[in-house]
Design a protein around this ligand. Structure first.
Ligand SMILES: NC(=O)c1ccc[n+]([C@@H]2O[C@H](COP(=O)([O-])OP(=O)(O)OC[C@H]3O[C@@H](n4cnc5c(N)ncnc54)[C@H](OP(=O)(O)O)[C@@H]3O)[C@@H](O)[C@H]2O)c1
Length: 242
């Protein structure tokens, strides 16, 4: 990991930030993208710099082609290369089917699927200039076992799993592409305690996981093996067998 350049989308808070801290502790140089969380970006930079990390943050709306191109350009300008892309940014919005709109579908698919695609497209070109690299997509177990009231979200994450496999084939052998599919690891801030407990009861391991479970898996995919591509690692407390 030491001195490898890692771009983490949505990396200034929540799960993305835990991945950032974990990789910074291993000596990675970091590019963290954010869209609206400017205050968290400032806080993330100062906390990571206190750990000794070499880090920049870049504001980018990943649904916009030109902003993704600029994000990769900024990465090259600062570090000259890119070794790992972690596609963590996403949105998670309840969309009951009876009221679902085409605009909601577009927003979810643009953010959760087109965004990772655009990042992979531009990142892979930069990686290829320096011998290759790794792409890790953060999917969701719900991409395989959809739940109700979140149809575009579940479809977007099924797409992320398909994207992972198709990209792995396109980019082999120099770039390896894998996905982490978390179960419940960090509740949205507005989720009630009762809902959190109800979700935990449905998980075979009877609890929420943590962002660190996801970060440890990302770390494994970066430095634990170079012989995996097109794989999906479920970090879901057993949700798939529930
Ligand atoms: N939390 C869980 O329990 C859980 C479970 C399964 C899967 N996952 C997956 O794990 C990943 C991280 O989860 P999380 O809960 O930490 O995510 P999150 O808080 O919902 O979102 C992460 C970041 O995505 C960024 N983002 C959203 N739309 C964007 C856009 N158009 N352009 C650029 N950035 C955008 C946001 O940045 P700004 O705040 O700067 O706008 C946000 O901070 C996601 O892919 C999620 O689907 C999470």
């Amino acid at each position: 990991m030491h001195n490898r350049v890692v771009l983490i989308t949505g990396g200034v808070q929540r799960v993305g930030y835990t991945i950032a801290k974990t990789l910074a502790a291993r000596g990675a140089k970091l590019v963290l993208s954010y869209r609206t969380s400017a205050r968290q970006a400032v806080e993330a930079i100062s906390a990571l710099e206190r750990m000794g990390a070499d880090v920049i943050t870049v504001r980018a709306d990943l649904t916009r082609h030109a902003e993704v191109a600029r994000l990769i350009h900024q990465t090259r300008r600062r570090f000259g290369r890119l070794d790992v892309l972690v596609n963590s940014a996403a949105i998670f919005i309840r969309t009951p089917f009876a009221h679902l709109t085409a605009a909601q579908w577009d927003q979810m698919l643009d953010t959760n699927l087109k965004g990772p695609f655009l990042c992979a497209l531009y990142a892979s070109r930069l990686m290829s200039q320096h011998g290759g690299g790794k792409i890790i997509n953060v999917a969701d177990w719900a991409g395989v076992r959809p739940y109700r009231d979140y149809l575009p979200y579940c479809v977007s994450k099924a797409g992320v799993i398909g994207l992972t496999k198709a990209l792995a084939k396109e980019l082999a052998p120099r770039i390896q592409v894998n996905a982490v599919a978390p179960g419940p690891v960090l509740p949205p801030e507005d989720m009630s305690a009762a809902t959190r407990r109800r979700i935990a009861r449905r998980v075979p391991l009877k609890r929420w996981g943590s962002p660190q479970d996801v970060a440890n898996t990302v770390r494994f995919l970066i430095e634990g093996t170079d012989f995996m591509t097109g794989s999906v690692v479920f970090v879901d407390g057993g949700q798939l067998i529930a």
